[in-house]
Design a protein around this ligand. Structure first.
Ligand SMILES: Nc1ncnc2c1ncn2[C@@H]1O[C@H](COP(=O)(O)OP(=O)(O)OP(=O)(O)O)[C@@H](O)[C@H]1O
Length: 760
């Protein structure tokens, strides 16, 4: 079929030409690499003979070259067998349309600068993603280029062979996307550069110098897009930003593992990947004992939490609480006022008023500790400068006294004695000043006693009267009392709640400052709906940038008691420069599964946007009734057999809670044909295993097939339960089965039965 394409021969020739060009470069560069290695070797050999610092510089320079060439080589090697995936023909102000071949690297002919491959992140490549033929325009370095886009062509190249050529016009469905989406998942996220859709392209490329907040439905590509945007940022700011100045905050370690494979593909493997908890611990330089956040979720699920507990979580994440902390910090600041001047040997070198001015005004922009260090520096410099002056002053003063003595008495023996004494006193004083070291400054600075941020925070949260002084009009006595008693009981266990981390991080930022290592130039946050305003505010301050890309889905906000309630508020209060984008199409899930999930969501949150599935069909979701534990085991067994027969590779069994996941693991022990893995938060999913995972931990992941299984727990119509069930359903790419004692366990009795099949 591809061979029938009118341009087949042209394209084949082009592919061969490109491959050969790459091979030549690789060979040439490999030769060069050898040279760099030799240079480095020489530098080591000469280390003893040459000026050592010069030699060291040689090593560094050559290592840098070596590193550059090896990373370029690495990228080229990676694409050798698939140098590009698309072509566009664009005619701007040229006579003829120019063909551009789009791939994951850019390659130019060294002599003519003619482009062989252009990088998917280059400005002109945007035309490929924007979806139209005809009059188009793109922006590059602030300038608009317009012209005619006459061709959009996709290729499937496998192992260096041209397998397919597809021309896309405005009406053709994106078949490559369809083909990609019908593939099986392999427990890892993949890159999507060849099939990025227009709405996604818009997010990936929208102004890189602004924060972006994205509300995207389940499976709309948020995680994928986040990583592609980072890749775009690295490409565009390669000169200014190092990859390790960029950071992804993932919800857990399982998730970091899940995205690990796509990072090198996108050239973003050197960026920092961490979780919020780890980030705070590193910024504070201390391991913090955290009550696992899921414990609270579980208590909420089991329904034995009072409303006040939910309220406290939400309050601790609010901007009101941030203001309370601000006032508390203000008061701490004024407590740092000193009353004693900086004196040496009776000389006042710096008045207390001036020291206070430095602390409270001049250096106010700095954290407390940094201010204190600055003051120390100022006092040391003053002391150094004034030392000679003080000696001169003493000498002058004593001269006066000698003068007085000389005229006051005539008795020579007595006078002589007095002169000797006075001389000794003068020498003593001068010697003392000469001997005085910077220690005087250190001693003086000791008045500034900084406590650890935990101490401050605990002070505030365990003292009802103190807390009252900041929350008199904000909280009721009952609320305040709850905050104090619940916090005190947590502190007694030498622990903190997740909700305490935002105030702790904020206090650290204000009092000690954040180490440069934990600042960033660009931050990506996935599952942003689980973050509170205060948490994001503290992160914004501690990282020192507002260039955040925050992606999330309010429908999946299972932590909404402590997380985000509306994106508007986030924009208004934390990221006023942010662009807001929405993604409404879901690429993960088949129409049949998405329909069921959308109807479920409608039960408790009709106001939220329903996801529009990309046209891809699969089987109907099914419900299978179980009559006993034994029966559940049999049904699970047959469902798994069926799924493997259908070619599903990755399968998850999703339970409501951790407890039930354990019970499912128990019954699965008898199913010898399959191998299971009860997923823990900090574990990777092992190849070939069927993952057993509680709903809240499945967020962000995806599997070819999902079995939602209930043994005796059920989902109620409460918002939290509906969200958990929604998350579980939308993890599936191709097949969804619900197994449990009755339809009601999955709220199916409330959903029109035409959206699912029932098996007995
Ligand atoms: N343009 C695309 N081309 C091909 N596959 C895509 C595209 N966009 C998304 N996908 C695929 O859809 C699936 C869902 O993407 P992703 O996990 O990034 O979505 P998400 O919005 O983060 O989902 P959720 O919020 O449900 O966790 C992934 O398998 C991803 O590879």
């Amino acid at each position: 079929m591809t061979k029938d394409h009118p341009d087949y021969n042209v394209e084949l020739k082009r592919l061969e030409y490109t491959k050969e060009y790459i091979q030549n470069i690789l060979l040439a560069s490999e030769g060069k690499q050898g040279k760099y290695k030799d240079n480095i070797k020489d530098a080591f050999v000469n280390l003893d003979h040459l000026d050592s610092s010069l030699s060291y510089i040689n090593i560094l320079i050559n290592a840098k070259f070596y590193e550059m060439t090896s990373s370029d080589l690495e990228h080229l090697k990676r694409v050798e067998n698939k140098p590009y995936f698309a072509r566009i023909d664009f005619q701007g102000d040229t006579q003829e349309p120019t063909p551009y071949y789009i791939g994951k690297v850019s390659l130019f002919k060294k002599d003519t600068q003619e482009s062989i491959i252009i990088d998917w992140r280059s400005p002109v490549a945007s035309l490929y993603y924007d979806g139209r033929l005809g009059e188009v325009e793109y922006e590059a370095q602030g300038q608009i280029y317009s012209g005619d886009l006459s061709l959009k062509r996709q290729y499937i190249i496998e192992e260096g062979d041209l397998k397919e050529i597809r021309d896309i016009d405005v009406t053709t469905r994106d078949e490559l996307l369809q083909a990609t989406l019908s593939e099986s998942s392999d427990n890892r996220l993949t890159e999507i550069v060849s099939t990025i859709q227009a709405e996604q392209n818009e997010v990936i490329r929208s102004e890189l110098s602004k924060p972006v907040i994205v509300q995207g439905v389940a499976g709309s590509g948020k995680t994928t897009i986040a990583l592609h945007r980072l890749s775009m940022f690295i490409y565009s700011y390669a000169e200014q930003v190092n990859p390790d100045e960029m950071m992804i905050l993932a919800p857990n370690h399982l998730f970091i593992d899940y995205i690990s494979e796509v990072l090198p593909e996108l050239g973003v493997d050197q960026i920092k990947q961490t979780t919020f908890i780890d980030y705070v611990q590193k910024s504070l330089g201390k391991k913090i004992n955290i009550i696992h956040p899921d414990e609270k979720l579980l208590q909420l699920l089991e329904g034995d939490q009072e409303d006040l507990t939910k309220w406290a979580s939400s309050f601790k994440g609010s901007m009101e609480f941030k203001q309370v902390i601000d006032q508390f910090i203000n008061d701490l600041e004024t407590e740092f006022k000193v009353d004693v001047p900086f004196k040496v040997e009776g000389f006042t070198l710096y008045k207390s008023k001036n020291v206070n001015r430095l602390f409270l005004k001049e250096y106010k922009y700095l954290p407390f500790e940094k201010r204190i260090n600055k003051i120390k520096g100022v006092l040391q410099a003053t002391f150094k400068k004034k030392k000679k002056e003080m000696i001169k002053l003493i000498e002058r003063k004593f001269e006066d006294r000698f003068d007085q003595l000389y005229y006051s008495t005539t008795h020579t023996e007595e006078k002589r004695k007095k002169v000797v004494r006075l001389n000794e006193e003068k020498d003593r004083k001068i010697a003392r000043i000469k001997k005085t070291t910077n220690k005087v400054v250190t001693e003086y600075i000791k008045q500034y006693q900084l406590e650890k941020v935990y101490t401050y925070y605990q002070q505030l949260m365990s003292d009802e009267q103190l807390l009252k002084s900041y929350t008199r009009n904000l909280l009721t006595d009952q609320q305040r009392n709850h905050l104090v008693t619940s916090s005190t009981s947590v502190f007694k266990k030498k622990k903190y709640e997740l909700e305490d981390l935002a105030p702790l991080l904020y206090l650290q930022y204000q009092i000690y400052g954040i180490n440069d290592e934990w600042k960033a130039k660009n931050v990506v946050i996935d599952e942003g709906q689980d973050y509170s305003l205060f948490q994001l505010y503290a992160l914004r301050m501690s990282t020192g940038t507002d260039l955040f890309t925050i992606l999330g889905d309010l429908s999946q906000g299972i932590h909404s008691y402590r997380g985000m309630k509306s994106w508007d508020q986030l924009i208004q209060e934390v990221f006023p420069r942010a662009l807001y984008r929405t993604l409404k199409k879901s690429y993960r899930t088949t129409i049949e599964i998405m329909n069921l999930a959308n109807h479920l969501l409608e039960l408790s949150m009709p106001e939220l946007d329903a996801a529009e599935p990309v046209v891809r069909h699969g089987g109907y979701p099914s419900f299978t009734e179980t009559s006993s534990l034994e029966n559940a085991k049999e049904k699970l067994n047959s469902t798994l057999e069926q799924l493997y027969a259908q070619g599903m590779k990755t399968i998850a069994i999703i339970s409501k809670t951790k407890n039930e996941a354990k019970q499912i693991e128990n019954i699965s022990r008898d199913l010898n044909d399959f191998s299971f893995q009860l997923l823990q938060e900090n574990e990777s999913i092992n190849d070939g295993k069927i993952a057993i995972v509680p709903s809240y931990l499945s967020k962000g992941l995806e599997f070819d097939a999902v079995i939602i299984m209930n043994l005796d727990e059920s989902y109620s119509q409460e918002e939290l339960d509906v969200k958990l069930l929604y998350v579980a359903m939308t993890r599936s790419l191709h097949r969804l089965h619900l197994i449990g004692p009755a339809k009601e366990y999955f709220l199916l009795d409330k959903i029109n039965s035409k959206f699912y099949d029932v098996h007995s």
